[in-house]
Design a protein around this ligand. Sequence first.
Ligand SMILES: Cc1cc2nc3c(=O)[nH]c(=O)nc-3n(C[C@H](O)[C@H](O)[C@H](O)COP(=O)(O)O)c2cc1C
Length: 374
Amino acid sequence: MSNTQTRKLEHVKMVASSPVEASESTLLEFVRIVHEPLPEIDLDDVDLSLKFCGGKRVRAPLMITGMTGGHPDVERINGDLAEIAEEHGIAMGVGSQRAAIEDPSTARTYRIARERAPTTVIVANLGAPQLSKGYGVREAEEAVSMLEADAIAIHLNPGQEAFQDEGDPFYSGVLGKLLELSESLGVPLILKETGTGLSRKSVRLARAMGIKCFDVSGLGGTNWIKAEVVRSKAKHGRPLRPAGPLSDYWGNPTAVSIVEARHAAPDSFIIGSGGIRNGLDAAKAISLGADMAGVALPALRALLNTGKEGLRELVSAMIYQLRAAAFMTGSKNVYGLWRTPLSIYGRLAEELRVRSIDVADYIYRARLKALQWR
Ligand SMILES: Cc1cc2nc3c(=O)[nH]c(=O)nc-3n(C[C@H](O)[C@H](O)[C@H](O)COP(=O)(O)O)c2cc1C
């Protein structure tokens, strides 16, 4: 069994029970969607469906973002996540397919997702450090065809690589590779963070290279600096690379990351993720300017702790809460949430201000302007 495969299994086992979420918040608690007591629509009028990255339609603006694959013991997890995604018509991603590129005998631990979710959106996944170290169009095409994927996410995780015992902190040349991929692949490329958040600059650069889909994966949920420190400590009694406060406070909070991404690429498709834990978080992420919300850790924990039924309940509840939020703002569809009045206050307003984003201008002009691409 390769190191990559063993690490994949360790990650799943560890995050199921250890504290791996950042102490810093998403800053979504500083967003209030203004309640509309006179919505003038019925709950049943709300249609939550939308096109994923300009392609296939999903029935609700929710994605179980990429987590696993690569070890025989996690095949069932990908299969069950996919089954529930298919049932609800939502999108699902698999974890990094590096393990299957290195050892094709593990491909079935990813392919199971497509087998159990024949019609919904399935997203392939590879890491930017592998691009820096030599992966290119051939490997990305292999990852896509392994799953008959509708898109491929390239994940950015410099914090994780810097603090992982056997990390690959290699990012030189990644932009050039992203350009090559975005020009050559037959499916959309999603630029994705992994819990420390896309920045305005990264989105602007990627958009200039033709990339139109982003998964912000901001700070406030699973934090891979923290997870790698916990894993290293469990193995060696102390972390080989102590992270100090970085494991809780380094990163771009999810709410900031969504606004910056929409600001930098108004015509792009944005998945708001990182610390999304219920339908209200998801509604706030969308109201801020995301097209859909993404969730990882709670889906995995629900499945491992309470089985498929627990995961089914989580997904149903999140979708129902989103529907209710749309109803209580008089929004007949997802993009109605972009038109709702919002209060942005406290630390979020302050952080956006110091990042030179005019909050009122964003709410009343920039966010509405983005509707022309929908
Ligand atoms: C067990 C686990 C494994 C993950 N593996 C990957 C991965 O291989 N590729 C990737 O892009 N993101 C990976 N992620 C990151 C998630 O997709 C997501 O961006 C991050 O966990 C933040 O969302 P959350 O707070 O809802 O967990 C993983 C997350 C978890 C919990």
